[in-house]
Design a protein around this ligand. Structure first.
Ligand code: AMP
Length: 588
């Protein structure tokens, strides 16, 4: 396959379709190959690479183990500050080593015809028109070059809508999941704006502060994410798109050495990716000031609330020095829209556009879903059978219910001679990163994970997802099996089902039917029995309409006129009840 194919984004549910008809080389795309990107920057070969690496000096986080706060580089403060000066819209010289490090690992994929069929619904006043290609909007030389280096040949559905919305300085609330390309959907337009506008006041503030020996940083953009893993993933994307720019991205998260993170921040921070708790800590230590933060992103907002981060988020956004809504630009991403999220949106966003991106993925026909009846006591031996039938090098992700269960199963597989590893909430940050690396690299092609630990991770290349323990809600099931369809190959998902999984029966049946999968007859009978037991429950509404959620402003006219009665209304919402897809529909 050609280089260009490698960058073609394939929504999971459309991957593995016929390649031949599609023409990889889009005519409108002037950035088809990495080579084009290089040449468009002019010939900078031979120039000092010293400056180039400045924004990215803390590289090799995984390669060298541990968080790479401060390693490498050796840049003096003078170099850093002098580098902030100058025209931010112009690319800095190339650095081939860094370029290779950042861009060599892009996804592979196959083009497909039905790319554009994924429905996207944008609601809100004066919604900017969506784009069809990256060339339809002027994002500047640096961003366009990095898009080409990343080998993204065309925008994903969420990008087509979100990029022009953010570029036209509108706030955004988007229902999109990991795998949809949502990270680039906000990073590209934000960075493009920062490159165009330059650092402004933030630069002077940092310099002034530096004169007094304090090294407080004033990021221009802040991205809040629920977990360390997601934060790191966003940071890695930010490194790509800030290549050859004066923007230095940083990441801070809990569970890792704060001293190292502080040292890394002190080398300059224009775009900060953070988990809420650690950021509050950094703010209280006087290391971060949000006075000039013009762009705020809340990624996986529902997850952050589920994890209890609301007080920290409000502390960061409302009770410190961050510019008010309407002055800053705010983007919120969430897979679901329970009432709590809607309230947060109302409090943080100004006249926002609501984007509902059609369900990407998970119930697709090209993921083969198998449900097998396996008693608890037979699960391990059944798993061994499955593993021996799977190719040695294919990555297999095994989901279990509990942390204890994850440890026990990892031990068991290890004793059976399988190279496996695990991630769950009790494992240290270092262990988790290590485990993920070993899995991704194929050193340990079996990863045992709890749902919480795996949430939001862009683990690609997974051939087989095994639900050793099925989740109790279908949304989680959909998330899990979506891990297989990420690289254009046929995915396989096998779920062990027994008496304990009664509560998911009906939804599981619906999903299998919808995705035209084989339905075991026992599952049909069970679902039938179940439905008749719980008479008040018809067909699940979760998946109605094909969207993850809807703009509540459209469905509940009364809401803005006091329909949810201020923050107090939150308690009445009943969080759990609206967690499913379609949870955005206001119950009133
Ligand atoms: P995300 O939903 O942000 O986690 O992105 C999922 C994966 O898709 C990441 O590995 C991205 O690098 C990749 N990706 C995002 N946008 C594009 C695009 N336009 N073309 C190709 N790959 C993309």
């Amino acid at each position: 396959l050609s280089v260009c194919v490698a960058g073609r984004y394939i929504p999971p549910h459309l991957r593995n379709k016929d390649v031949s008809k599609n023409g990889f080389y889009s005519k409108s795309c002037g950035w088809n190959t990495a080579k084009d990107a290089y040449s468009s920057f002019g010939n900078n070969r031979g120039k000092s690479a010293f400056f180039n690496d400045r924004g990215n000096a803390n590289r090799g986080r995984f390669e060298h183990g541990g968080f790479g706060g401060g390693g490498g580089g050796g840049n003096s403060r003078w170099v850093e500050e002098s580098r902030d000066d100058g025209d931010w819209s112009k690319p800095t010289p190339r650095n081939e080593r860094l370029e290779h490090e950042l861009f060599s690992g892009s996804n592979t994929g196959i083009n497909f015809e039905k790319y554009d069929d994924i429905p996207v619904e944008a609601t809100g006043q004066n919604c900017p028109h969506h784009i069809e290609s990256f060339q339809d909007v002027d994002m500047g030389e640096i961003v366009m070059g990095n898009i080409a280096l990343s080998r993204y040949t065309r925008p994903t559905p969420v990008q087509k809508y979100a990029i022009p919305i953010v570029k036209s300085k509108r706030d955004l609330m988007a229902c999109a999941q990991t795998g949809s390309g949502k990270t680039a959907a906000f990073l590209l337009p934000i960075l493009s704006q920062i490159y165009a506008d330059g650092p402004g006041e933030a630069l002077n503030a940092a310099k002034e502060n530096g004169k007094f020996g304090r090294r407080k940083q004033y990021p221009i953009s802040l991205v809040l994410a629920p977990t360390r893993e997601l934060a790191l993933q966003i940071y890695d994307e930010a490194r790509k798109f800030s290549y050859r720019s004066r923007v230095r991205p940083c990441v801070v998260y809990g569970g890792a050495d704060i001293g190292q993170q502080i040292r890394d921040l002190e080398r300059g921070c224009h775009l900060l990716v953070a988990t809420p708790g650690r950021l509050v800590d950094m703010m209280e230590r006087g290391k971060i000031g949000l006075d000039y933060c013009n762009y705020l992103v809340l990624d996986e907002a529902d997850r952050m609330l589920d994890m209890g981060f609301e007080p920290q988020i409000r502390r960061i956004v409302e009770q410190d020095t961050m510019p008010h809504k309407g002055i800053r630009q705010t983007m919120m991403f969430s897979a679901t829209f329970p009432k709590e999220i809607q309230i947060l949106a109302r409090d943080f966003l100004e006249e926002y556009i609501f984007l509902a991106v059609g369900r990407v993925g998970s119930t697709s026909e090209n993921i083969t879903q198998k449900v097998v009846w396996v008693e608890e006591s037979d699960k391990r031996s059944f798993l061994l059978d499955l593993l021996s039938a799977t190719g040695k090098d294919s990555l297999t992700l095994v989901f279990v219910e509990t942390k204890k269960g994850a440890d026990a199963l990892e031990d068991f597989l290890y004793r059976e001679g399988y190279a496996c590893t695990s991630i769950h909430g009790d494992r240290s940050q270092r262990d988790r990163e290590e485990a993920l690396n070993q899995f991704r690299s194929g050193k340990c092609p079996i990863l045992v994970a709890t749902a919480v630990a795996a949430r939001g991770l862009d683990i690609s290349n997974v051939k087989h997802v095994i639900n050793f323990d099925l989740p109790s809600d279908i949304e989680e099931y959909v998330h899990r099996i979506g891990r297989t369809g990420r690289v254009g190959n046929l995915g396989l998902a096998t779920s062990f089902f027994n008496d304990k999984n009664g509560n998911i029966t009906k939804d599981l049946l619906d999903i299998l039917v919808e995705a035209k999968q084989e339905v075991p007859s026992w599952l049909e009978s069970l679902a039938y029995e179940h439905q008749h037991k719980s008479s008040n429950r018809g067909r699940s509404k979760r998946f109605s309409g094909g969207f993850g959620a809807r703009d509540y402003r459209q469905t509940a006219a009364g809401v803005n006129a006091g329909g949810f009665g201020g923050r107090g209304g939150r308690n009445q919402a009943g969080h759990g009840g609206t967690r499913g897809f379609g949870g955005g529909e206001d119950p009133v």
